[in-house]
Design a protein around this ligand. Structure first.
Ligand code: NDP
Length: 253
């Protein structure tokens, strides 16, 4: 597989927002991956994915609720059947949730809900797909998404260093804390998976207009998606364990 391109990529949370944008971007790329595996909670209701499926033979749509153990297991088995002995090259942990919560309004329930989806589930999904990523990793020596990679979609709001400069917690208490913990997952995975040659990194997609980003976001999907795809195409061993933004710049932890 040529550097910068990947044979099989799987993205979580693809029925809307950045996940759908990434799927569209991968399908439009030349060359496009042999397999773009778009996962979402309700494939039957994901009209845009179903429409794309009619146009692109390399697109597969699988059901995956990242909070559901059985769903993760089934999606892993279905992916294994699709990728075979060549394995899965790139897992993009994109699915996520947000809840507005200030110091005054935040509840234990908010904290746990965001930790469960934005942190715990990302680790469980990564663990489940690890055997398929390892299969792919054995087939090359240069690190990158052409070989094997786990990309955790994080957020600039998770950066402890940027926070210490701004000192403004805003209204996203549970979100930024869960994403900071996700960044630690990236660091731990990077330490554990270096010997397998599986590249692990956190990615800040930019503040972008989606259901989550809202209408005040300064960026649009059409700006950030090509940026993210270029960043992914160029990540190598030096980026293992890094936190990069959609322009390829290092985000401080
Ligand atoms: P959206 O709210 O537009 O989309 C979120 C996606 O995650 C949806 O497809 C949603 O599916 C899916 N999802 C949520 N929970 C689950 C679950 N349990 N299982 C499977 N899928 C689930 O968000 P964005 O596209 O904006 O965000 C994508 C990622 O980017 C997130 O991780 C977010 O934190 C991150 N991010 C976004 C920024 C922005 O400005 N937009 C900024 C920084 C980071 P469903 O429709 O079924 O709910």
């Amino acid at each position: 597989m040529a550097l910068g391109t990947c044979r099989a990529v799987l993205v979580t949370g693809c029925n809307r927002g950045i996940g759908l944008g990434l799927v569209r971007g991968f399908l439009a790329r030349s060359p496009s991956p042999d397999l773009v595996i778009a996962t979402c909670r309700h494939p039957d209701q994901a009209q845009e994915l179903q429409h794309l499926k009619k146009q692109h033979q390399n697109l597969r749509v699988l059901q995956l609720d990242i909070l559901c153990e059985n769903s993760i297991k089934k999606a892993t088995q279905e992916t294994e059947a699709l990728v075979g002995e060549q394995g899965l090259n790139c897992l993009i942990n994109n699915a996520g949730i947000n809840r507005i919560a200030t110091l005054d309004s935040v509840t234990a329930q908010d904290m746990l809900a965001l930790y469960e989806t934005n942190t715990v589930a990302q680790l469980m999904v990564s663990k489940a797909f690890l055997p398929l990523l390892r299969k792919a990793a054995y087939q090359d020596v240069v690190m990158g998404i052409h070989r094997a990679a786990i990309i955790n979609v994080s957020s600039q709001s998770a950066s402890m260093q940027l926070f210490s400069q701004n000192k403004k917690s805003e209204e996203v208490y549970p979100y930024r804390i869960a994403k900071t913990a996700l960044n630690m997952i990236t660091c731990c995975l990077a330490a554990d998976l270096i010997s397998d040659g599986i590249l692990c990194m956190s990615l800040e997609p930019g503040w972008v207009k989606t259901d989550m980003g809202g209408s005040k976001a300064p960026l649009q999907l059409k700006e950030i998606i090509p940026g993210i795809l270029n960043v992914l195409a160029n990540v190598r061993e030096k980026d293992h364990g890094a936190f990069l933004n959609w322009k390829g710049e290092v985000v401080p932890w």
